[in-house]
Design a protein around this ligand. Structure first.
Ligand SMILES: N[C@@H](CCC(=O)N[C@@H](CS)C(=O)NCC(=O)O)C(=O)O
Length: 202
């Protein structure tokens, strides 16, 4: 299977960290893809034109990161990152959705600040996205005891959302007033899967 990726995407990092935690990294071939290239062929594999996109050996494609992670989780016999049923599953999926939404908001903010021509920038939109991130951070802080539980896709996604803030918005002092979340991330960020996927400016 081939993962179409960009090295700075937090959603790609989420899939990559999840694959490493599942022991599947060696089974993935990597295809660097610029999702913003207007002449690129990514829409042929994913009509949304986004990474991560996975191309299976059968030729079938999978998107987005949630679907790819669930597929990968079906390929191994170890501890599942997605609990199969019950309250744990819904709680996990909800926390994953929260962290995915924080990454979406951060990406939208970055596009507004860096890709949109300066004369068209909309400060209220930037603030709106940042407010979503701040509220998400508060919920993660309130739920930090849940982050101490067994590893799930929610942990991976939350860590990638926090890592993306450090990478793209280092002036956002998200650790202030969120001591439990900060302490959790400090430990989690030392996992080999996180260290090996630390993003670097393209
Ligand atoms: N919901 C998607 C989000 C993926 C996403 O937003 N990818 C960005 C890179 S971080 C992208 O490819 N953007 C290109 C575009 O929006 O055209 C997922 O979970 O995979």
């Amino acid at each position: 299977m081939i993962l179409r990726y960009s090295s700075t995407s937090p959603f790609v990092r989420k899939v990559t960290v999840a694959a490493a935690e599942m022991g599947l990294a060696d089974r993935i071939a990597w295809k660097n893809t610029n999702a913003w290239d207007p002449a690129g062929d990514l829409p042929g594999d994913n009509p949304l034109g986004k990474v991560p996109t996975m191309v299976l050996d059968s030729g079938e494609t999978l998107y987005d990161s949630r679907v790819i992670c669930e597929y990968l989780d079906s390929l191994h016999d170890g501890e599942k990152l997605l609990p199969s049923d019950g309250e744990r599953r819904w709680r996990t999926l909800k926390l994953e959705a929260l962290a995915d939404g924080m990454m979406d908001a951060s990406v939208l903010r970055l596009i507004e600040e860096q890709r949109r021509p300066a004369e068209y920038r909309w400060p209220d939109w930037i603030e709106r996205q940042q407010e979503k991130v701040e509220r998400g951070l508060d919920v993660l802080e309130q739920n930090s005891e849940r982050l101490e539980e067994r590893l799930t896709i929610a942990h991976v996604t939350a860590a990638c959302a926090l890592g993306y803030l450090d990478f793209r918005f280092s002036s956002v002092a998200w650790r202030e007033n969120r001591p439990r979340l900060a302490a959790w991330f400090e430990v989690f960020a030392e996992r080999p899967s996180m260290r090996e996927t630390s993003p670097k400016a393209a």
